[in-house]
Write a protein that binds this ligand. Structure first.
Ligand SMILES: Cc1cc2nc3c(=O)[nH]c(=O)nc-3n(C[C@H](O)[C@H](O)[C@H](O)COP(=O)(O)OP(=O)(O)OC[C@H]3O[C@@H](n4cnc5c(N)ncnc54)[C@H](O)[C@@H]3O)c2cc1C
Length: 383
């Protein structure tokens, strides 16, 4: 199915597909084993221009949108969901600047990010997970700077990114309306990295604490130049990056389906390929149906975002839920189709199953997404 992609979108997709096959596939098992961050792959993605597909042309990007980002994420994750996440998390760190940044902020940071500098986004803290606005990190204005104190946790690309979009409270008594977002650069005095997590999957992606101790951030790095908009920037970003998590999950599921079909064609039992057994055929068919429905919804959400549809929260959440639940089911079924070999590290599907799980958890768990969808339905703003 072609989904009426433009010629540019097809080129972007094909470039990412070739890169994933030629550069990522040979190293994915080793990256999973070592947990080393894939610096070389990220540099090559930057050199190819793929880091800037969603950044406006005037800032050195390709001028695409969420759809182009999703196509790249899907193709990378079809081969390696972990290295694909390292790419996708840059979008999460960059969109607050694209959507909410001042002209100067865009001019200062977007060309660097388009050229391949890594970005990250930080709202989560120990007590602020699903309850995302319960942020305790403080930002206090002091002359021409804000002084940040607090600790962020579980930050993807933490410790490897150069540019961070960080949410902190400027008016704690105002709750979500008292949050503001700041651009903080790696190397800023008072900004350091804490614990780096040891994870089930997405192992080459770095998940780290960010520690702010009297960290002075120039006042001009307050995103949008106005206090109190940090949670709005976050929600607008999530509406655009949740289809991206959907694309990550979709890619992982599609990769597991690829492996399953290939294995079923070649694995012989009872003197015939296991693909000739109806029990296996039915599983493959169900996996394909789930993958294709996820693709349709992820692309729909991405296109709605790019078309400027006013309220995309419900469709963005639906895309994330459907694709991530699909990724978990399809990767588990892939392990089943490969039988005992599927359980072994020598074959890629056990890694895909481990990588899939996180897509049901981050950028809002799937329970939280369902609450978002229900709330939009009840308000009558879902479509
Ligand atoms: C590998 C990884 C990478 C991450 N990357 C980033 C990042 O780059 N930036 C960032 O800011 N954050 C990041 N996160 C944080 C992530 O978004 C949170 O972990 C996630 O939102 C869930 O929060 P929590 O872990 O505190 O779970 P909790 O909020 O404690 O939830 C625990 C359980 O309770 C359920 N629950 C909670 N509240 C409700 C409710 N009201 N109704 C129904 N069920 C509920 C949840 O669905 C879940 O099943 C990352 C997390 C991980 C694990």
């Amino acid at each position: 199915m072609e989904y009426f992609l433009t010629e540019t979108q097809k080129e972007v997709r094909d470039l990412a597909r070739r890169f994933a096959q030629e550069k990522m596939k040979p190293v994915r098992a080793e990256l999973d084993r070592s947990g080393e961050f894939p610096h070389a792959l990220m540099k090559e993605l930057g050199d190819l221009g793929l880091m800037g597909v969603y950044i406006p042309e005037e800032y050195g990007g390709l001028g695409g949108g969420i759809m182009e980002m999703c196509l790249v994420v899907e193709e990378l994750c079809r081969v390696d969901g972990a290295a694909g996440l390292c790419y996708a998390a840059c979008g999460l760190g960059t969109f607050p600047i694209i959507l909410g940044g001042t002209g100067e902020q865009k001019q200062q940071y977007l060309p660097r990010l388009a050229a391949g500098e890594l970005a990250a986004f930080a709202i989560t803290e120990a007590q602020a997970g699903s309850d995302a606005s319960n942020v305790k990190a403080r930002a206090v204005k002091d002359g021409d700077a804000y002084v940040l104190n607090g600790t962020k946790q579980f930050i993807t690309n933490g410790s490897v990114a150069k540019v961070y979009s960080v949410v902190a409270a400027t008016s704690p008594a105002r709750g979500a309306r008292g949050l503001s977002a700041f651009i903080v650069e790696d190397g800023t005095p008072g900004f350091s990295y804490g614990k780096i997590e040891d994870k089930m999957g997405i192992r080459c992606s770095k998940t780290s604490e960010l520690v702010f101790e009297n960290c002075r951030v120039p006042a001009q790095n307050l995103i949008g130049g106005r206090e109190g908009y940090g949670f709005i920037h976050t929600m607008k970003t999530f509406d655009r990056t949740r289809p991206g998590v959907g694309a990550q999950a979709l890619g992982i599921a599609a990769g597991a389906l690829d492996e399953s079909v290939e294995y079923a064609r070649t694995r012989v039992q009872f003197d015939q390929p296991i693909a000739s057994f109806q029990a296996v055929q039915l599983m493959l068919a169900d996996m394909a149906i789930a993958v294709e429905s996820s693709r349709a919804l992820v692309y729909e959400a991405a296109r709605a975002a790019d078309a400027g549809v006013k309220n995309i929260s419900a469709v963005a959440s639906m895309a994330k839920v459907l694709a991530s639940d699909t990724a978990m089911k399809v990767t588990t079924d892939a392990v089943q189709i490969l039988g005992g070999y599927g359980y072994m590290r020598e074959y890629p599907v056990e890694k895909m199953m481990r990588d899939a799980k996180i897509t049901q958890i981050y950028e809002g768990t799937n329970q939280i997404q369902r609450l978002v969808i229900a709330s939009e339905l009840i308000k009558g703003t879902a479509w």
